[in-house]
Design a binder for this molecule. Sequence first.
Ligand SMILES: *[C@@H]1O[C@H](CO)[C@@H](O)[C@H](O)[C@H]1NC(C)=O
Ligand SMILES: *[C@@H]1O[C@H](CO)[C@@H](O)[C@H](O)[C@H]1NC(C)=O
Ligand SMILES: *[C@@H]1O[C@H](CO)[C@@H](O)[C@H](O)[C@H]1NC(C)=O
Ligand SMILES: *[C@@H]1O[C@H](CO)[C@@H](O)[C@H](O)[C@H]1NC(C)=O
Length: 461
Amino acid sequence: MNLPCILAYGSFVLLFCTLETSGAKYEPNWASLDSRPLPAWYDKSKIGIFIHWGVFSVPSYSSEWFWYAWKGQKIPGVVDFMQKNYPPDFTYADFAPMFTAEFYNSDQWAEIFKASGAKYIVFVSKHHEGFCNWPSKYSFNWNSGDVGPNRDIVGELANSIRSKTDIHFGLYHSLFEWYHPLYEKDKANNYTTQDFVRTKTMPELYEIVNKYKPDVVWSDGDWETTDEYWNATQFLAWLYNESPVKDTVAVNDRWGKNIRCKHGGFLNCDDKYNPGVLQKRKWENAMTIDKFSWGYRRRANINDYLTLKDITKVIATTVSCGGNVLINIGPTHDGRIAPVFEERLKEMGQWLGVNGEAIYESIPWSHQNDTTTPDVWYTAKKTAQGTAVYAIVLTWPKANQLVLGAPSTSTTTVVSMLGYPSNFSWKPNPGGGMTVQIPVIPFDQIPSQDAWVFKIQGLKN
Ligand SMILES: *[C@@H]1O[C@H](CO)[C@@H](O)[C@H](O)[C@H]1NC(C)=O
Ligand SMILES: *[C@@H]1O[C@H](CO)[C@@H](O)[C@H](O)[C@H]1NC(C)=O
Ligand SMILES: *[C@@H]1O[C@H](CO)[C@@H](O)[C@H](O)[C@H]1NC(C)=O
Ligand SMILES: *[C@@H]1O[C@H](CO)[C@@H](O)[C@H](O)[C@H]1NC(C)=O
């Protein structure tokens, strides 16, 4: 590859060509890593699905933090549950053979994700329990190849997503493991040793990237110590410069207790982070349909799940402020996506089918929410005809009149509703803004039930 440059242009260009192909574009420090532009697909996508699956899906009690709740926090309800239902010598590891996954059909999952309207997924490859959902070379008997499913859970899903959809495939990975002996030893040494990072965390991260080529590396479990212990910048420099996904991969910010909400690719900050105001950097709201857990929970009742109305509110408030939504489901130990999750995801897909024009590839507008009417959130898009502004309305306007304070109207302003065929009449408000008169729409012609998008063109702002 270098040869033509050498022959044609001599030694000066030889140096240039060598630099180009060695690919050492980013250095292992945050200033350099933060200068990498986030791949454009990520911001355009807006909606992703998060999937928490692991050995914790067997008890499917309390949450995916079950092991820690039982042995670490000793939460009475969890301790009682184990005492009443399992033999006294039962260990957490004994749950692994019950992680049977006999109904796991990754093609079916891919069809559900496609129908949800999501553009990427983030699948838990390994949670804090340390169980690898792929047959890792660096795990003995605590991975899906050796115990439980006896399958490559991650590989099967990666294949289905790539063959059945155009969704981007991403992986979640926990840096730390609650009870790994080498991690506990490094911790006891005040993180002056890195045996766990050298023999487990790093080999594993390189393995999943080389093997499954994820477009998202979603890191977690970083908070007990700094990025220095995790060797995070060294890994990211490799990921950005040399890995098989160097041009497409997006990463988050959980790379050390001093890094979160500051450095990395997009910012997750805290779980369910949703600041309600425009952010300077790209961010993501990782949230979950079961209000109380990320892993499957058998005792959840119907009120514990977000409704489609709740979900559209999360989408509107997040996307208007420049964020992506990563919406979580927890499959069962036997590999099913429970009907309640399937229904919520498909309802979301129907809503996005009508209203996706306001979401996908949108940009924040000058206002994020309306100045007069609550529950109205804005997005925008540049078009050949100028900027189109989308008002996402979460509460149906009183008396069919939508009063908006933020838009600055002109004589050419036109208002319509996504999914409805005709334009609406409107008039300017005396003090600024506009009032849209919504016609009486027959029940069977209402395009959505939970949130409505008004498209406004020809504004002055
Ligand atoms: C670990 O580091 C902290 C903070 O520097 C210090 O207070 C503590 O004594 C150290 N512990 C050990 C076991 O070295
Ligand atoms: C961390 O990175 C440094 C610098 O590249 C390297 O010398 C060291 O071996 C790495 N340590 C681990 C545990 O990966
Ligand atoms: C809506 O925007 C205003 C600024 O116009 C801001 O002060 C307010 O907090 C926002 N409302 C919500 C619910 O975030
Ligand atoms: C809505 O208004 C725009 C701009 O005047 C016009 O191009 C379009 O045809 C109108 N749509 C309908 C259905 O009347």
